[in-house]
Design a protein around this ligand. Structure first.
Ligand SMILES: NC(=O)c1ccc[n+]([C@@H]2O[C@H](COP(=O)([O-])OP(=O)(O)OC[C@H]3O[C@@H](n4cnc5c(N)ncnc54)[C@H](OP(=O)(O)O)[C@@H]3O)[C@@H](O)[C@H]2O)c1
Length: 254
């Protein structure tokens, strides 16, 4: 039986996809859920060659790895230029990120700087570098992993929330800036995802999984959506979260 493909193949050549954060559970599940043809070229860009090579082995595509450290912001332009020099890139997925307990950040503000560099600054530098090429080639899609944490800062993770709020704003601005260029931005706002990043944490209400996120993103890519909440009911929940009175909100433990 033929596999159903959710990612359109460009005419005359195999698709090329770049995953920034090349070992991300969510990023890898998006790639699998795309069910793209096996001659699709995927670049897993990550900070650890062994981990990206291991991740590459599990994908049914032509996969190569590339060095990408989100905090090495001054390298991003050259890395991205080199990847686009090999040909057009049809899909860029921005999935690098870290989650550090707020208590550790309170003790060590330099870890907070690392979190902001990884989750925000490094995404902005890499994606601006990519956007220039995407605009020039006149087509392509950028998937940006925001979070429900972007909606309202919680005392239990407000540095992470601040980074995601910044990234979310960047994604919406980038989407508007690219409007009419043929390039589309898909902003993804998952809730709690049970996986490596949240290991050891009790699941929050409406928790989801990396394969579920992958499936929703793949479906959204073959639609015209510009924002997806995962699960979908989070969109409504997020409206409610904004309305919780502050004295109550600040009592939330997580
Ligand atoms: N899991 C959740 O509950 C959840 C919810 C909402 C949004 N998100 C967001 O979704 C994205 C993917 O998360 P995930 O669940 O797939 O987590 P994950 O499996 O831990 O993936 C995080 C990725 O970020 C990479 N990374 C961390 N620091 C990096 C750096 N300095 N340079 C380059 N790459 C770096 C990791 O690479 P290494 O292998 O080298 O560590 C890994 O590839 C993140 O942006 C996250 O904030 C996650």
């Amino acid at each position: 039986m033929l596999k159903k493909t959710t990612f359109p193949t460009p005419p005359g050549r195999p698709a090329r996809i770049l995953l920034l954060g090349g070992t991300s559970e969510i990023g890898l599940e998006i790639l699998l859920a795309l069910r793209a043809p096996s001659d699709t070229e995927v670049v897993l860009a990550g900070r650890d060659e062994q981990r990206t090579t291991r991740a590459a082995a599990a994908l049914p595509y032509r996969v190569r790895t590339s060095h990408f450290d989100a905090v090495e912001v001054d390298t991003h332009q050259a890395i991205v230029d080199e990847l686009f020099a090999d040909g057009p890139i049809d899909l860029v997925i921005s999935a690098a990120g870290i989650l550090v307990p707020q208590e550790l950040l309170d003790e060590d503000p330099m870890q907070a700087a690392q979190l902001l560099d990884t989750n925000l600054t490094g995404q902005v530098t890499a994606l601006l570098a990519a956007a220039r090429h995407l605009r020039a080639q006149g087509h392509g899609t950028v998937v940006i992993l925001s979070s429900v944490a972007a909606v309202r800062p919680r005392r239990a993770n407000y540095v992470y929330g601040a980074a995601k709020a910044g990234l979310d704003a960047f994604a919406r601005g980038l989407s508007d800036a690219l409007h009419g260029s043929g390039v589309r931005v898909l902003l993804v706002r998952p809730g709690f995802v049970i996986g490596r990043m949240t290991a050891g944490m009790p699941p929050a209400p409406a928790a989801t999984t990396p394969p579920a996120v992958g499936a929703v993103v793949a479906a959204a890519l073959s639609s015209t959506a510009s924002v997806v909440w995962i699960p979908r009911r989070l969109a409504l929940l997020a409206q409610a979260l904004r309305l919780v009175p502050r004295p109550l909100w600040r009592r939330l433990r997580r």
